[in-house]
Design a protein around this ligand. Structure first.
Ligand SMILES: CC(C)(COP(=O)(O)OP(=O)(O)OC[C@H]1O[C@@H](n2cnc3c(N)ncnc32)[C@H](O)[C@@H]1OP(=O)(O)O)[C@@H](O)C(=O)NCCC(=O)NCCS
Length: 203
């Protein structure tokens, strides 16, 4: 069993906070398996971290149905009442040359349920990748969002990309705070008043 060396938070913790930061509360432990890794959360729950698979379509749609309208808007930047099957198929059928999609799967239930998703989409011409991330409400504040983001950053570095970036609603404090701890900076978007582009230079 390995502790996670990949998470390197350079920002010091908030000294005024009495609550240990997620990176300490979570301190995920990972076991490498043939088809992914086992993530052990400090509260005893376990998730399987692996690449998304073509047969995750229904699981992804069930995950979507458990999201609040606010979470949907924050993830997709607009309201959606369902994840249509063609879109779910597209999200599960990735082209690994330009995409990575990781899922955190709860296998203590049958069928297994997706509790978190992180993905990047590479723009080869721009030498960068756009990210998105999502963690189901009952599983937030455990360090899983940070884990997914760190894995995506590592993946972009491994691909030799110059930058990873994403759009985040300005009212999405959790995501802005999370990205700040990972070293992302905010760019102004004059044409999209309620949205920030947040970016991490990798070179
Ligand atoms: C944003 C999101 C991914 C965070 O996931 P998470 O698993 O809770 O994140 P973590 O537990 O790793 O939190 C890491 C840090 O993020 C920040 N953060 C996370 N949730 C927060 C909240 N509700 N309020 C304030 N800060 C928060 C904190 O800095 C936190 O560190 P701390 O716990 O030590 O204070 C999750 O809330 C989510 O899926 N939201 C809906 C979709 C979305 O907004 N996606 C982003 C746009 S693509």
């Amino acid at each position: 069993m390995l502790s996670l060396p990949a998470i390197d938070f350079s920002t010091p913790p908030d000294e005024a906070s009495l609550r240990p930061p997620a990176r300490e509360r979570f301190a995920p432990r990972l076991v490498r398996a043939i088809s992914g890794e086992l993530v052990s959360i400090q509260d005893g729950r376990k998730l399987h971290l692996r690449s998304i698979a073509p047969n995750d379509i229904e699981s992804l749609q069930r995950c979507f149905l458990r999201l609040s309208p606010e979470d949907v808007r924050r993830r997709f930047l607009h309201a959606m009442s369902e994840l249509p099957t063609p879109m779910a198929q597209r999200l599960c059928q990735i082209d690994s040359t330009i995409e990575t999609a990781l899922v955190l799967v709860d296998e203590t239930v049958v069928p297994g349920e997706i509790r978190g998703v992180g993905r990047i989409y590479v723009d080869q011409a721009a030498d960068s990748a756009e990210f998105s991330v999502l963690v189901e409400k009952n599983w937030t504040r455990l360090g899983l969002g940070a884990l997914l983001m760190q894995r995506l950053v590592d993946d972009c570095r491994h691909r030799g990309l110059a930058e990873i970036w994403g759009y985040v609603l300005l009212e999405n404090r959790p995501m802005l705070d999370l990205c700040k701890t990972l070293g992302f900076v905010r760019r102004r978007m004059d044409n999209e008043p309620g949205v920030a582009q947040i970016t991490l230079r990798l070179v």
